[in-house]
Design a protein around this ligand. Structure first.
Ligand SMILES: Nc1ncnc2c1ncn2[C@@H]1O[C@H](COP(=O)(O)OP(=O)(O)OP(=O)(O)O)[C@@H](O)[C@H]1O
Ligand SMILES: [Mg+2]
Length: 291
């Protein structure tokens, strides 16, 4: 994994009317890395993902891929939305081939079909190729969305709470599949989630955002669990609950009073990277005057 980020978020800020949603947001995602973003509702996570996708623009700052600022959507960055966003009049395989044909317009029908079938099979939808979205369950629709995103071989996969609308069982199965597919293809991923366990299972680093308005990146948690991990045994690792407790403590306590309590040397351009799994103590809370 190279140290230079594949995508660099450099000091972006976004305002809607008089409300500054976030500002001074800096982080990067390296090639082959899986980065998750966690923060409370309304802190601007979807807006950040839309900026990364090229669907929205920051009011200041820039997002760089290599040396170039993102100027619009690209097939290099595929998005998996919270709700599947499939074309309702096309079958499962039709939805995937629509994207594949945009990516490789010169491919003949057979090349497109066999490529799409491979991704249908990979996400466990064999047999459901010709069904339209209305004939598929929520989990199956989300699988089509995942297959469609992966089939165009994006340089980066962007996911906005991709499993949050699913029941726990389906969510678990799909998390396993994404873990397996991303490990096999060394896919670079940026994912938003509200689910701490999901972030620890899937991500190499977890970006923690403070509450809005004026949200920013408080710190970045490095996941020190072995990369070969599974949903069934990850919680048995000694690092697991340290990482989990650290993130939950952030969400419950530190995310809302970050501006009052932040360490004096905090620099939003270089949010601290922490490794709670190794037993490092959390950043010190400043002493408060007793009133
Ligand atoms: N197009 C828009 N016009 C006005 N305000 C907007 C717009 N899009 C988002 N906002 C506001 O910006 C803030 C951040 O929205 P965003 O959807 O990015 O939050 P989020 O962190 O993804 O929240 P959630 O966890 O609920 O999905 C919210 O206060 C929202 O109301
Ligand atoms: Mg959102």
């Amino acid at each position: 994994m190279s140290e230079k980020p594949f995508i660099s978020i450099e000091g972006i800020a976004k305002r809607f009317g008089a409300q500054v949603v976030f500002e001074d947001v800096h982080f990067g995602v390296r090639q082959g890395e899986f980065v998750a973003l966690i923060g409370h509702s309304g802190c601007g996570k979807t807006t950040i993902l839309n900026v990364l996708a090229g669907l929205d623009q920051p009011d200041s700052g820039a997002v760089l891929v290599g040396n170039d600022a993102i100027s619009g959507p690209s097939l290099d960055r595929a998005v998996i939305f919270q709700s599947h966003a499939l074309l309702p009049w096309l079958s499962a395989i039709g939805n995937i081939s629509f994207a594949v044909r945009s990516r490789w317009p010169k491919w003949d029908g057979e090349a497109v079909r066999s490529h799409c079938q491979r991704y249908i099979d990979l996400v466990g939808l064999t047999g459901a190729e010709t069904k339209r979205p209305a004939q598929l369950s929520g989990g199956m629709k989300q699988r089509v969305g995942i297959a469609r995103a992966l089939a165009i071989h994006p340089k980066m996969l962007l996911m906005d709470e991709p499993f949050s609308a699913l029941d726990a069982l389906t969510r678990g199965v799909l998390q396993d599949e994404v873990l397996r597919l991303c490990a096999a293809t060394h896919q670079t991923v940026f994912m938003i989630t509200h689910d701490v366990d999901e972030a620890i299972l899937l991500a190499d680093r977890i970006v923690l955002m403070t509450n809005g308005p004026y949200a920013k990146v408080a710190e970045i948690v490095v996941n020190t669990l072995p990369r070969e991990r599974s949903r069934h045994d990850v919680h048995k690792h000694p690092h697991y609950y340290r990482i989990r407790n650290h993130i939950v403590d952030f969400l419950v306590e530190r995310s809302r009073r970050f501006d009052e309590d932040r360490p004096r040397d905090y620099d939003p351009m270089h949010p601290p990277e922490v490794r709670p799994g190794l037993g490092e103590p959390p950043p010190p809370a400043p002493l408060r005057a007793v009133t």
